[in-house]
Design a protein around this ligand. Structure first.
Ligand code: GLY
Length: 338
């Protein structure tokens, strides 16, 4: 930690590497991380985001709509046209200020505008700070599915200003907590014993290590999807009163049960999963309306399902991808989340 209590974690990807600054008020460091040679800055944000930033250079402000619907090619085109009208070129830098929707859209615009310009993310949600803003996955949705169009495009820096979390609505905060619960089982250990700043920094470090080992998700990066197979099935099935992180929490409990039934983890480790989810007041039950058959059918449509149902499961060597899980085990394990 520096005198300002800002931790810096490096995502070391050679010439695509970058710092992630974590701390209360860390956004004051923005001007210091704007890439050298930047002429002007485009701040991409949303009307409802109350945080202003000072890039220390001439800037324009572009607002995108609120909500998941903003993650569209129409919005990307609109933003690119505003950049073109303002005469932005590769000498300029995009600064995203907001949660995952803003950083995903702004990052994708940065990846494609003039075939790629530099961008910095100032992440203002817990989910963004521990996951979405780190690692260079950018993109938008199609009607046919989420995140189907995108690019790996690493930022030049990421700022996780924990002061911005103080005004997050509680459910929005819980969304990030579900992802934090995931990091407990990716080597994080007792993250619940840390302060919020330390916890965010610890999660960023775990994510940075995974991204450094497998930037383009050729293998190991899939562990970041721990708990996500059931979560995505629930989210695809319908509009339930569950945030993404809450759906991930249910998915984590389910994955623990599958791993236990496959003999990969013992009852104590299952209890550890239950303890973590309950320490964070996260749910662990699927909505009653969803039948086992519906969920199984959705598993088969999962992007990982190449050779039978593929899950990310805990085991003696830690969390890893397991191919072709026995359907009888998948069905039996639903009991634990009913
Ligand atoms: N959110 C998962 C990943 O970045 O790979």
């Amino acid at each position: 930690m520096t005198a300002r209590s800002i931790a810096t974690i490096t995502v070391d990807l050679g010439d695509r590497g970058y710092p992630v600054l974590v701390g209360h008020g860390a956004r004051v460091e923005l001007a210091a991380v704007i890439p050298d040679g930047t002429r002007r800055v485009a701040i991409i944000t949303q009307a409802g985001i109350p945080w202003t930033v000072d890039p220390g250079l001439e800037s324009i402000r572009i607002e995108i709509p609120d909500g998941e619907l903003a993650k569209s090619l129409t919005v990307v085109e609109d933003v690119c046209r505003q950049l073109a009208v303002a005469g932005f070129t590769r000498l300029d830098t995009i600064v995203a200020v907001g949660g995952g929707v803003v950083t995903d859209v702004a990052g994708f615009v940065a990846a494609v505008y003039h075939r790629g310009i530099r961008f910095v993310s100032v992440s203002t949600t817990l989910l963004g700070q521990v996951d979405a803003a780190i690692g260079g996955k950018t993109g938008v949705n199609l009607v046919e599915g989420k995140n189907l169009v995108g690019a790996f495009w690493q930022p030049s820096a990421v700022i996780c200003d924990t002061e911005t979390l103080e005004s997050l609505p509680p459910r929005e905060f819980q969304c990030g907590v579900g992802e934090i619960a995931k990091y407990h089982f990716l080597g994080g250990g007792h993250l619940d014993e840390l302060s919020l700043d330390e916890r965010v920094a610890a999660c960023v470090k775990i994510k940075a290590d995974v991204v450094m080992a497998d930037e383009r998700e050729g293998g190991k990066r899939a562990v970041l999807n721990y708990g996500h197979t059931l979560a995505h099935a629930i989210e695809t099935a319908g509009e339930y009163d569950l945030r993404h992180g809450e759906a991930v929490a249910i998915g984590i409990r389910y994955a623990a049960e599958v791993a236990h039934r496959l003999g990969r983890i013992d009852a104590d480790r299952v209890a550890e999963h239950e303890r973590v989810l309950s320490a964070y007041a996260l749910p662990s039950k699927v909505p009653d309306e969803l039948t086992d058959d519906e969920l199984l059918a959705l598993f088969a449509r999962d992007k990982k399902a190449i050779d039978g149902v593929t899950l990310v499961l805990d085991g003696p060597g830690g969390v890893e991808t397991v191919v072709g899980v026995d359907p009888a085990v998948l069905v039996g394990s639903f009991e634990a989340v009913r």
